[in-house]
Write a protein that binds this ligand. Sequence first.
Ligand SMILES: [Zn+2]
Length: 465
Amino acid sequence: MNLIAQRPSEWNAVVGQPRAVTVLQAILNNKHLMLRGFLFHGFLGVGKTTTAYLLARALMCQGDDPLGCGKCDSCLRIAETGIDSHSDFKEIDAALYSGVDKAREIMELWGTQTPNFSKRRVIVIDEAHRLSPEAWDVFLKPLEQGNFRTTLIFVSNKADSIAGTIRSRCTQIPFELVHLDTVVGLLANVANRNNITYELDALRLIARHTKGIIRDAVNALGSAAALGLVSVEHVKVIIDTSLEDVCIKLMLAIAARNQKAAIELADEVGRKARPAKAIEMMFSIYGRAVFAEADPNILPIYVGLPETGDVTALFIKWATTPNLPSNIMPLVAFELLKLHGSPTERKARQRAQKAQGGALGSTTGTIKELLRIAPPEGVAVEDIPPTKPSEMPDAIITPQVAAPEEIAAFLSDEPEPMLDGLVKDMVEVAAKGIPVAEVEDEPVAAERHVFVPSGDADGYEDDPM
Ligand SMILES: [Zn+2]
């Protein structure tokens, strides 16, 4: 089912681009402000071409409505046979015709003659960044002139590579990624219009995985509809959600302090995707758990990992570490598991680290420690230089022990509550150098009001309201 061909023919049907629509309508209502060229730029598949067609219709309209009357010859032709067959409208794909010859041909044929039966002629140039410098020279001249009988609309998802001389002579209209709720609304509309039955969760799943790209979202809806009901199950046939599924399981295991399951799942995640991609996915799931109050399936992740600042810092650290080895995911899980504990325990850990002289964390230290824990193939742990105390990262526990034993213990089936034991050690160390009375509770900031269903908190304190 080709749903994408059903482009909106009215301004109010353009979704998710309020800024672009507002600016364009203002210009159409005040044509003395209009330049001869427009540059529509932004992500692929978010409505640039659709909006260019609406602008073209309005510019060609012979009626009184500046936004396009829908009744004049020009508007009626578009409604009946489509804009492509309108003799005053031309669309070229610069990916196919990037050279100077095509540009000259177009401007000679289309750029000078008076329109057949419209107010203006309109030329849309898709993928405009592909035009050669010589071709741009051909378009630059008319952009500088004041002939308003032909309007040029350049469309590009790489506007940065278009010369400043061109950009500054065009009205630049940015297009942004569409908000998730807006995409869900659009999908519901499209489904209703086409008698497609759907589950709302399936539309949410499509919207989330297509990340604000309307074209991809509508295509996924069409593909899922071909299987019958648009259900979560069918959408999962169309869109591979396996990475998200296993990342959610991993985050839930971490939040529930299920160390064994967490390490196994982390290993599975590591086999499914590059670490950078997996970490981005986990970060995004955590963000949803913090803010998506309506999704009880992932809420326990936030309940189990309520320290948003620490969790975010940890994800950002990993996300910005280049060239992560493929087997790093268990260590990421390990660090997340360590974030558990009461504020007292965390404070004690920090003080213990200070007492050990490892107060300053560093990326260099982290990487060295990572290499020791998961040495690259062909490299012996002994060959990796030890980390200096000043480089010692906050996030690696007692790295001098060269972690393998620690990791082995961690991976073993022993129900030994290693982290708890570790915290006790830390409290002891902290107590030696610092009076215990000083190891006070830190108030937990009320970062978010969250509804915790009764019985779902697994013994954790409810979020302070
Ligand atoms: Zn009209």
